[in-house]
Design a protein around this ligand. Sequence first.
Ligand code: 8YV
Length: 323
Amino acid sequence: MPKPRILVTRRWPQAVEDLLEQEFDADFNIDDRALSPDELRIAMTEYDAILPTVTDRLGPEAFPDAAPRVQILANYGVGFSHIDTEAARRLGVAVTNTPDVLSDCTADLAMTLLLMAARRAGEGERELRAGDWSGWRPTHLVGSKVTGKTLGIIGFGRIGREMARRAHHGFGMRILVQNRSRVDPTVLAEFGATQVASVEDLLPECDFVSLHCPGGDANRHLINAERLALMRGDAYLINTARGEVIHEEDLAKALTEGRIGGAALDVFEGEPAINPTLACCDRLVMLPHLGSATRETREGMGLRALENLRAFFAGQEPPDRVA
Ligand code: 8YV
C-alpha cells in the first residue's frame, strides 16, 4: 500500500518533520510562507492529508465543490476558527487539533502579558532603547500591583484553567469565571474561582480580564465598545485567544481616551497586519502570536498532530477530532 500523501503547510520542528517523512509521503512548504485559499484548494485535490496552521485560511473558498482527495486536516494548534468545519463536514473531511500540549505555555504567556501591562514593562523597555531614561524617580512608570487583585477569565477551558492556576496559586488573585456552560464546582474550587452568569456580570468586578474563549463567528467582537465601557477605568484586558474576539478599533478608542488602564495582545484580527489604530496606543503591549512558541510545545504540537494522522490512516478514531 502506498504511504498517504501529506502536505505540511509550514516548517515544523525538525524532529517531527523527520518522523513525518519516515511514515508518510510528505511534502513540506520549503518557502515557509502562508498558502493562499487557491493553493489550499488545489492541495485538497492532490493530498490525502493537509497539516495546516493558523496562517492557512481554510474558509469556504478554500474547499472544492465536490468531495476532494484530502481526507483529514490535522491542524497544528488548538484553535481552529480558520477552518470552515461545516464545509469539511459536508465534504466528509475530518478535522483534528492539538489540545493540552500548549496549555501551559499559552497560560505562561498570558501571565507574562498581564505582568507586562500591569508593570508597564513594554513602555519601560521602549524608553530605555530610545535612550530616554532620565533616571529613577518615585513617580516614574508607576504601574498596578498584581498580587491579590481580581482576574476575570472568559472561557474556562484548558488554557483558562491554567491561567487561573498561575494567577490564584502564584499571585493570590481572586478568580471570576465566565464560561458558556456550567463549570463543575469542584473544578472551580481547585482554582479558588467563582463562576458568574455573563460577561456583563464579570467585567465591572475585575482588575484584569483575560480572554481564553474560542474565536470564530460565535465570539467575534465579544469585547466591543459597550463591554469595554463596563470595565473599570484602571482595568487591563489580556488576549491570547483570537484577535477577532476584540473589536480592535473600539479597544484603541478606549485606550487613547484613557477609559481602561491598558491592554496586552498576542493575537490580532488581521494578523500579521496590525490595525493602525492600535499601533498608536501607549498603554498597549503587543506580541507576535507567541502563545505556544517554546521548543517543547511546538514539538509537542507536532507529535500530537502526528498521532492524529497515525490513528486516522490506521482506520481508528483520531484522538482529537473536532469535526
Ligand atoms: C499556535 C494557537 O501556535 O494553538 C493555537 O490555537 O493560537 C497558537 O498557539 C497556532 O495556532 C499554530 O497554528
